[in-house]
Design a protein around this ligand. Structure first.
Ligand SMILES: [Mn+2]
Length: 478
C-alpha cells in the first residue's frame, strides 16, 4: 500500500521509515529542501514542497487509497495542510500528534474541525507497550533475585492455604517451574489437603500432588515460599518465610525476604504468568493449563474482579494450554454428592417473597452448603437463597442474592454475629455458629422449625430495609 508521510522533523521521518517499511511503500514529503536531499542521499524516497499548497499534493499523485500521515508538532498551519490534502483528493488521513500542548486538547480541536481525519497521539501509540516493557523488566529483576536466592536450597516448601484451590495449585506449579525444580525438590504443601470435588478433580487431571504439612515437618525445609496466601493465615506456625506471592490485600505483621503482593489482580496465577513471561522459562502445557483454569475460576469467568492484566494473561496462556482438559475440569461442578444435597434442600425448602430458604441437616463438609445456595439462586423468581446445615456441631448459614438492593453480609451479622462468626458482602455471606450457642439463643428447634425461624429472620430483615414508600403502604394496610 502506498503511503505519503508529511513530516517536519527528521526524527519523525526516521521513526516512520522503520515502522512502515516494508508493509508500506512510503514517500516522504518535507518542507525543507536540504532535509529532502539528505533523506534522498540516505536512500529514502523524499521530496520537498510547500505543505500548505494543494498542488504539492497533486504532484505527489494522491489517490483515495493513499494513506496520508501528517506529523503534528503543534503548528497553526496544520489546518491549511489538512485542507490542501483534502482538496487534492486525500481521504485516508492520519494525524500523528507528537505530544505538544495539554493531552487531548489538540486532538479535540482537530477532530472538531476535521471529523473524518484520525488522530493518533504518541502517548497512545507508545505509552502502553513502553509501560508494559518497563513493568516486565522490573518483574524480571525481582524474579531473577528470588531465583538466585532459592537456587542453592536442598528442599523447598511451596505452601498453600487449606484445601488448595485451582489458583493456589496453579501458582505452586508455576513457581516450581520458575525455580527450575521437580516435585522432589520443591514440594507443594498444605496443612489441610485438597477436599472440594473440583479441586480434587484438577489435582487428579493435572497430576498435582499436594503433600500434608504439619508444624513439625515445616522445619525440614530449607526455604519456604507461599502462594495465594500470606503468613498471618497460619498464625504462629511460621517464624520465617522467604517469598510471598499473593493477590489478597497486603497484611501487616510479617516479614518476608521477597514479596510480590498485587491486590488489584484477579488471581495469583496472573502474577505468576507475568513472572514466567518476564524470564526465559519454558512454560509446559500442564502449567499453562493449570494457570488458565485458575484465572478463569478465581475471576468466576471474568465476572468478578478481573482486570486488563487478567485478560492479558488469559490470552497469552490460551494457545499454550490444553482446552479439552479445561473443559473436563469445568464439567465437575455437578457431582452425585452435590445433587443429593440439592435434593435435600428441595425437599425441605420454603419460598417466600422470592427468598428460597432451606435447612439441609447434617453435611460432611462446609462447601456443600454454599454450593446449594448458588444452585438455587439459578431458579426463576428467586432473588435470595439462604441455605443452612450442620457441619461438625456448627450451624453453617450461606446466603446469596442477586442484585445489590440489600446486603447479605448485614443480614448474617444482624442475627448471628453475637453467637458465632458472621460476615460477607452484598451478594454473598456466611455465618458459622456453634449449635449450642444457636440453641441457647433461639431454643431447641426441630429441623422444620429451624428453617421457619431463619426464613422469618430474613423476612424481618428484608422488611426493615424496604424503601420508605413501601413501608408507608404496609402501615396503611395494617
Ligand atoms: Mn486466588
Amino acid at each position: 500500500m502506498r503511503c505519503l508521510a508529511v513530516c517536519q522533523s527528521e526524527l519523525v521521518v526516521r521513526m516512520l521509515d522503520s515502522v512502515l517499511l516494508p508493509s508500506f511503500e512510503v514517500e516522504f514529503l518535507v518542507e525543507s529542501r536540504p532535509l529532502a536531499r539528505r533523506l534522498h542521499e540516505a536512500g529514502l524516497t523524499a521530496s520537498s514542497g510547500d505543505l500548505r499548497r494543494t498542488d504539492t499534493y497533486l504532484k505527489a499523485d494522491l489517490s483515495p487509497n493513499t494513506c496520508v500521515i501528517v506529523e503534528d508538532s503543534g503548528r497553526k498551519t496544520l489546518r491549511h495542510v489538512l485542507e490542501a490534502i483534502r482538496t487534492a483528493g486525500g481521504t485516508l488521513i492520519y494525524v500523528l500528534g507528537m505530544g505538544t500542548g495539554p493531552a487531548g486538547s489538540r486532538e479535540d480541536e482537530i477532530r472538531a474541525a476535521f471529523p473524518d481525519v484520525s488522530y493518533l497521539s504518541m502517548t497512545e501509540l507508545f505509552g502502553p507497550p513502553f509501560l508494559t516493557e518497563v513493568g516486565r523488566s522490573l518483574t524480571r529483576a525481582r524474579v531473577q533475585q528470588y531465583q538466585r536466592y532459592f537456587s542453592d536450597a536442598d528442599r523447598i516448601l511451596i505452601l498453600m492455604h487449606n484445601d488448595p484451590d485451582p489458583d493456589a495449585m496453579a501458582s505452586g506449579l508455576a513457581l516450581r517451574n520458575l525455580l527450575r525444580r521437580t516435585k522432589a525438590t520443591a514440594i507443594l504443601g498444605a496443612i489441610q489437603g485438597v477436599t472440594r470435588p473440583e479441586n480434587l478433580r484438577m489435582a487428579n487431571l493435572l497430576d498435582i500432588h499436594v503433600e500434608a504439612i504439619t508444624a513439625e515437618t515445616i522445619g525440614e525445609f530449607e526455604r519456604i515460599a507461599m502462594v495465594d496466601v500470606q503468613p498471618h493465615y497460619f498464625g504462629s506456625l511460621l517464624n520465617r518465610v522467604d517469598l510471598v506471592i499473593d493477590h489478597h490485600p497486603q497484611q501487616p505483621g510479617y516479614s518476608a525476604v521477597f514479596k510480590d503482593i498485587r491486590p488489584d489482580y484477579g488471581s495469583t496465577s496472573t502474577i505468576l504468568t507475568e513472572h514466567l513471561r518476564s524470564v526465559d522459562v519454558n512454560i509446559s502445557e500442564r502449567t499453562a493449563t493449570a494457570l488458565l483454569y485458575a484465572i478463569k475460576s478465581d475471576t468466576l469467568f471474568f465476572n468478578r474482579q478481573a482486570n486488563r492484566v487478567d485478560l492479558e494473561a488469559f490470552s497469552f496462556l490460551y494457545p499454550l494450554a490444553d482446552a479439552t482438559l479445561i473443559r473436563k475440569m469445568e464439567g465437575t461442578e455437578i457431582t452425585l454428592e452435590r445433587l443429593e444435597y440439592v435434593m435435600r434442600a428441595l425437599q425441605a425448602g420454603r419460598m417466600a417473597d422470592q427468598v428460597y430458604c432451606s435447612f439441609i441437616g447434617p453435611a460432611p463438609r462446609e462447601d456443600l452448603i454454599p454450593y446449594v445456595a448458588d444452585f438455587f439462586l439459578q431458579l426463576e423468581n428467586v432473588k435470595w437463597t439462604i441455605i443452612s446445615g450442620i457441619v461438625n456441631e456448627n450451624l453453617v448459614v450461606s446466603v446469596r442474592n442477586l442484585g445489590y438492593s440489600r446486603n447479605a453480609g448485614e443480614f448474617v451479622r444482624k442475627w448471628f454475629a453475637d453467637i458465632g462468626s458472621a460476615g460477607g458482602h452484598r451478594a454473598m455471606a456466611k455465618a458459622v455458629v456453634p449449635l449450642a450457642a444457636f440453641r441457647a439463643k433461639y431454643g431447641n428447634l426441630s429441623s422444620a422449625e429451624m428453617n421457619d425461624r431463619i426464613l422469618e429472620m430474613a423476612m424481618t430483615f428484608l422488611r426493615e430495609h424496604q424503601a420508605p414508600e413501601r413501608r408507608k403502604e404496609v402501615v396503611r394496610a395494617s
